[in-house]
Design a protein around this ligand. Structure first.
Ligand code: GRF
Length: 220
C-alpha cells in the first residue's frame, strides 16, 4: 500500500449527499497545507447537494449520478465506480453519502473506504443517533471514523471523538457539537491513511503497524 504511493500524493474521492461540512473540513485543511492528500473528485447522488457547490468553489472535479435511474443497488454502484475510477482514487471518503453500498462496491475498493458515523460505535449504528443517545440517558456521545465493510456501520474502527452530554441538551445541539468534532477527527484519520500509517487488514484497522482493538479515542 505504501509503496504504490511513495512517488505521489494520495488521491481521494469524496462522496456526499448533503451539506458537506465534513468535505469543507477536508478542503480547508488541504488549503492550509495540513492534509497530504488531493481531493481528485467529489461525487453525489443528488444534484442539490450543497457539497457539490463547495467542491466547485474549491475547483474540484464534480460528478452527479442519480441513483433513481438504476434498477439495482449494484448497477448504481458500478456506475459511480466507473466515474470515480477516472480520478484514480487511492481512498474513498464517505462524507454524508446517504446510500448503502453494495458488496460489489465494498470489494472493488477493499480496505480503501472510510466512513464517519455520528455515534460511539459499536453503539447506535443506523439513523437518529442523537435522539437515541438522549432517550437512553447516555453520559457520553461522539463520532467514529471506520473502514467500510459489508456490515453497515460495522467495519474496523479507527478514531473516535467523544464528548459529555450536557444536562437538558437537545438533539440539535448535540448534533452540532458532534459535527464539530467530526471536522477534526475525519481529516486526522485520512491524514494517517495518506501517510501510509493506516491500513485495513485481517478485520482490523492497523495504525503504525499495530492492530487497533479499540479505536484511538480523543476527548473533546
Ligand atoms: C455527519 O453527521 C456524518 O456523521 C454522517 O453524515 C453527516 C454528514 O454531514 N455520516 P455533512 O454533510 O458533512 O455536514
Amino acid at each position: 500500500m505504501t509503496a504504490t504511493r511513495d512517488h505521489r500524493r494520495c488521491r481521494a474521492a469524496v462522496l456526499v449527499s448533503g451539506s458537506g461540512t465534513n468535505l469543507q473540513a477536508f478542503i480547508d485543511r488541504q488549503r492550509d497545507g495540513r492534509l497530504d492528500l488531493d481531493i481528485a473528485m467529489v461525487l453525489s447522488n443528488r444534484d442539490d447537494a450543497y457539497g457539490l457547490v463547495r467542491a466547485k468553489s474549491a475547483g474540484i472535479d464534480t460528478r452527479c449520478i442519480d441513483h433513481r435511474g438504476f434498477r439495482t443497488r449494484e448497477d448504481f454502484d458500478r456506475a459511480i465506480a466507473s466515474a470515480l475510477d477516472d480520478s484514480k482514487p487511492d481512498l474513498i471518503i464517505l462524507a454524508g453519502f446517504m446510500r448503502i453500498l453494495s458488496p460489489w462496491f465494498v470489494r472493488h475498493y477493499e480496505g480503501r473506504i472510510l466512513n464517519i458515523h455520528p455515534a460511539l460505535l459499536p453503539k447506535y449504528a443506523g439513523l437518529d443517533t442523537h435522539e437515541r443517545v438522549l432517550a437512553a440517558g447516555d453520559e457520553h456521545h461522539g463520532s467514529t471514523v471506520h473502514f467500510v465493510t459489508e456490515k453497515l456501520d460495522g467495519g474496523p474502527r479507527i478514531l473516535a471523538g467523544r464528548l459529555s452530554v450536557r444536562p437538558g441538551e437537545s438533539a440539535d445541539e448535540l448534533q452540532s457539537r458532534v459535527l464539530s468534532i467530526e471536522h477534526h477527527i475525519y481529516p486526522q484519520a485520512a491524514q494517517w491513511f495518506a501517510e501510509g500509517r493506516l491500513e485495513c487488514r485481517d478485520g482490523f484497522a492497523w495504525l503504525n503497524n499495530s492492530p487497533l482493538h479499540e479505536p484511538v479515542l480523543r476527548d473533546f
